[in-house]
Design a protein around this ligand. Structure first.
Ligand code: S3P
Length: 453
């Protein structure tokens, strides 16, 4: 069923918002808890469909999962009993829905076991590239097949008897890194992943929390090598911080809407997720950090033990006059999921922005380059794609026009379009709004509070 959402124009936003738990951290925390011996607890999982797929998948693989909804909050706490004594071959095909992170990370987990694991997903996921995980897992000794010889899902994996490898992925991808490190836990010898640009480090941080033999070495120029040794994981207690990629929508809304001030509370502070804040800062965004430290500082980490996390960070975003910017390819991994939203912000800025090296956006939940071009055209901004670059001529603070936009079954396009609609004269009708349920089912409720609708 297709659902439409109307984002009314001319919005003034005020107040505090707490985005849901971080999706990337949640998938990893659930998978590692299922591999760990004994009882792990994961607090603050987001209630979107994607993380639900990973919870269902590990349960099919034998982990004992019990979830409770935190009272008054749209988040889940999970108690997961995992480890060698409970895991087994899945009794059926594992359905990953729209979730690329589920499929790629579960591929790495499955490769460690001598079972047959079949992973499939919805129509969009069944078109997304999987050779980037299939090939390294094969080099480690797993049999990985699927449509187009393992190029696209469904994937069929029979693992076990793995040997460690030293991988240098061709595309910077935290999902690929995560899959290889998971397989490395059950391989003989050491497994390493070298990255010229360090992608989000949640797997490394959570592996450390579970007592894995993981060591990371920084490379000159911003890369790193992560090395994992085989071993048994211990149980852990994980508290999932808020999702900066969801908080980014409210940051942008605060900047673009007239006479607005929005405070975004409790999001993850790690540098590899804070690229969007650095881009916005140089565009002239009025951002303040309530805890006095810019997000992305050295302190940022994924997780804490369930208690004693100290003061919660908060970002205040206020209506701003913005100027165009240039984004270099090496900046892209740090804001890969925020590009549609940053494109909307650039469309309101003064001057011509160029975002370079966006080829990966073509293989996300939709072809996001094409979707952004269409969205910005509806908004009355001029945008075009040149090779892998996006060039945007901004409207110098002039409110967007309004209209109708199709989300293309892509949650981030749907939410970016809604934010643009708030800063338009006529408002925007987003069709395909149901896609938002994959990551942020409470988005419209949070917006209604901030906009006092
Ligand atoms: C994710 C990594 C990114 C991101 C995706 C989530 C993760 O994908 O776009 O939404 O949780 O590892 P890639 O690793 O493929 O760039």
């Amino acid at each position: 069923m297709t659902v439409s959402f109307v984002a009314r124009g001319g919005a003034r936003l005020a107040g505090r918002v707490r985005p849901p738990g971080d999706k990337s951290i949640a998938h990893r925390a659930v998978i590692l808890a299922s591999l760990a011996e004994g009882i792990s607890r994961v607090e603050g999982l987001p209630d979107g469909e994607d993380v639900g797929r990973t919870l269902d998948a590990v349960a099919m693989l034998g982990a004992q999962v019990s979830t409770t909804r935190t009272s008054g909050e749209r988040s889940l706490d999970a108690v997961i009993t995992g480890g060698g004594g409970v895991l087994h071959e899945a009794g059926d095909v594992i359905y990953c829905g729209n979730s690329g992170t589920s499929m790629r990370l579960l591929s790495g987990m499955a490769a460690g076991f001598p079972w047959c694991t079949v992973l499939t997903g919805d129509q969009s996921l069944r078109e997304r590239p999987m050779r980037r995980v299939a090939e390294p897992l094969r080099r480690m000794g797993a049999c990985v097949d699927g449509r187009d010889h393992g190029g696209v899902p469904p994937l069929v994996i029979r693992g076990g008897d793995l040997v460690g490898v030293d991988e240098v992925p061709a595309v910077p991808s935290a999902q690929v890194k995560g899959a290889i490190l998971l397989a490395g836990l059950r391989a003989s010898g050491t497994t390493s992943v070298s990255e010229a640009v360090t992608t989000r480090r949640h797997m490394e941080e959570l592996l450390e929390l579970h007592g894995a033999g993981i060591a990371c070495e920084a490379l000159p120029g911003g890369g790193q090598v992560a090395r994992v040794s085989p071993g048994v994981l211990g149980a852990a207690e994980v508290s999932v911080p808020g999702d900066p990629s969801q908080g980014a929508f409210w940051v942008a809304a605060g900047l673009l809407c007239r006479e607005s001030s929005v405070t975004i509370v409790g999001t993850y502070q790690g540098r590899e997720r804070a690229g969007y804040l650095r881009v916005l800062a140089r565009m002239g965004a009025r951002l303040e950090y309530e805890d006095g430290e810019p997000a992305g500082g050295a302190r940022g980490r994924s997780v804490g033990a369930s208690s004693g996390q100290g003061a919660e960070p908060a970002i205040v975003a206020r209506t701003s006059r913005l100027v165009a910017t240039e984004m270099a390819p090496r900046e892209v991994p740090d804001c890969i999921d925020e590009i549609p939203l940053l494109a909307v912000v650039a469309a309101m800025a003064e001057g011509i922005s160029r975002f370079s090296g966006l080829g990966e956006l073509r293989v996300k939940e939709s072809d996001r380059l094409a979707a952004i071009e269409d969205l910005l055209t509806v908004l009355g901004a001029s945008a075009h794609v040149e090779g892998d670059d996006l060039v945007i001529a901004g409207r110098a603070g002039e409110p967007f026009e309004g209209g109708a936009v199709d989300a293309r079954h892509d949650h981030r396009i749907a939410m970016a379009a809604a934010i643009a609609g708030l800063a338009s004269t006529e408002g925007i009708t987003v069709t395909g709004w149901e896609s938002v349920a994959t990551s942020y089912p409470g988005f419209a409720d949070d917006l209604a509070v901030l906009a006092r609708w």
